[in-house]
Ligand binder design. Structure first.
Ligand SMILES: [Zn+2]
Length: 235
């Protein structure tokens, strides 16, 4: 029968078409934001079941409370200067085409105080911009930096795969939260750190005229400005 002869041919073509297709539907690509800012570990562990391919890393003790504060502060400053921000938690489904992407973290280490600040990025082309962040942050953060991309988590951060960033994608480890001296330095500066990141991104993108945040004076300030509750996510 004619059909019996014709169908296997179609079946073979269909087989090859299916074999060539990706195993999973590609995630949608979101465009139109200048910057992506993700708060490390934010939203976990609740988000983990929806992202089984992500390692459900909950971060160092206290880190999940801090990263959203820095991310929200950076987002607020950037938006108030006309720079659009996709403000994201740790896990998100789409891919983003942006100019710059920043993933905010604090390091944890055993033994305590064996780590410092560091920067990770997926491409050698992002190195110059990373150096500019280290020059800026290093003026204030006096506990030093580990070499760029010193850990697998920095070199191969899971969210790089969902990020196309023409001016660079960066994991910013802002210091070691498990080191009492670094923690004490960082704790009252979380919003200031966000403003410093916003300033750096404004310079990197040459957009928005984001001002340098004022150097904090702690003479008359409480030792700890962490709010009692984490502010709601700004999106
Ligand atoms: Zn982290």
């Amino acid at each position: 029968m004619m059909r019996a002869i014709a169908l296997p041919g179609i079946g073979i073509v269909a087989f090859f078409l299916l074999a060539a297709a990706p195993a999973q539907a590609p995630t949608p690509l979101v465009r139109g934001y200048d910057v992506l800012i993700s708060a490390g570990h934010e939203g976990r562990p609740q988000s983990c079941p929806r992202f089984p391919t992500h390692h459900c890393n909950l971060g160092a003790a206290g880190e999940r409370a801090w990263t959203p504060i820095v991310a929200d502060a950076a987002t607020s400053v950037l938006r108030s200067h006309g720079i659009t921000v996709a403000r994201l938690p740790a896990d998100f489904a789409p891919s983003y085409a942006v100019r710059a992407a920043v993933f905010i973290h604090f390091d944890g280490a055993i033994p305590a105080c064996s780590s410092a600040a560091s920067v990770g990025y997926p491409s050698a082309g992002d190195r110059m911009a990373a150096q500019s962040w280290k020059r800026l942050y290093g003026r204030y953060f006096h506990f030093g930096f580990h070499p760029d991309n010193f850990s697998v988590g920095l070199r191969r951060y899971y969210a790089y795969r969902q990020t196309r960033a023409s001016a660079g994608a960066f994991v910013l480890e802002l210091g070691e939260i498990t080191c009492p001296a670094q923690r004490a330095w960082l704790a009252p500066r979380l919003r200031w750190e966000g403003a410093l990141i916003a300033y750096w991104l404004g310079r990197l993108l040459d957009k928005g005229h984001v001002p340098m945040p004022q150097k904090l004076s702690f003479a008359k300030r409480p030792a700890n400005e962490i709010p009692a509750q984490v502010p709601s996510m700004v999106r």
